[in-house]
Design a protein around this ligand. Structure first.
Ligand code: PRP
Length: 169
């Protein structure tokens, strides 16, 4: 059973607003948008085209879910960004904040690279992450506590290509 939670038009409008807010927050640019793969691949592509400041793009690959419907909390860094992080305004781009463990682990790692600033942009935030130690500065939607797929989000690697976000519940 699939219920559309955010359709393509709603997502596009919100991504435009996020791009405007991010552009305003970094008047001088020098932003490095770091997309966490795989989930953020569509969001990052849409978001950076709405940011009107000098910007670079790189990726991080971590893994926590596997094929299960629940987070196990082990975050593995599979790809480390090649770009120099020191002195840059790093914007970590996430598709969804669920338990918050991924963010906690990655922010610790990135903070050690001495960026000029370090902020998080998440398209979806479930707000149930009691363990989350960092504020999410840019949030697309306050998401329901349901299993969401589409627009980059998967279930067992399926549904990432959907242009909308749906709930499997
Ligand atoms: C998912 C999602 C987030 C993270 C959120 O990634 O894309 O990165 O889990 O969960 P948390 O807040 O409970 O840590 P996943 O590990 O499934 O990898 P994927 O992006 O390749 O789908």
């Amino acid at each position: 059973m699939r219920r559309i939670v955010y359709d393509a038009e709603q997502i596009a409008e919100r991504v435009r607003e996020l791009g405007a807010a991010i552009s305003e927050a970094y008047p001088d640019g020098n932003v490095l948008a770091l997309g966490l793969l795989k989930g953020s691949f569509i969001f990052l592509g849409d978001l950076v085209r709405e940011i009107t400041r000098p910007l670079q793009v790189d990726f991080l690959v971590a893994s926590s879910y596997g094929d299960a419907m629940a987070s196990r909390g082990n975050v593995r860094l599979v790809y480390d960004p090649e770009t120099q992080l020191e002195g840059k305004h790093i914007l970590l781009v996430e598709d969804i904040v669920d338990s918050g463990r991924t963010i906690n682990r990655l922010m610790g790692l990135l903070g050690e690279r001495r960026p000029r600033s370090l902020e998080i942009c998440a398209l979806l935030h479930k707000h149930l992450a009691t363990e989350l130690r960092y504020p999410v500065r840019f949030v697309g939607f306050d998401a329901p506590n349901e299993f969401l797929v589409g627009y980059g989000l998967d279930h067992a690697e399926n549904f990432r290509h959907l242009p909308y976000i749906a709930s499997l519940q």
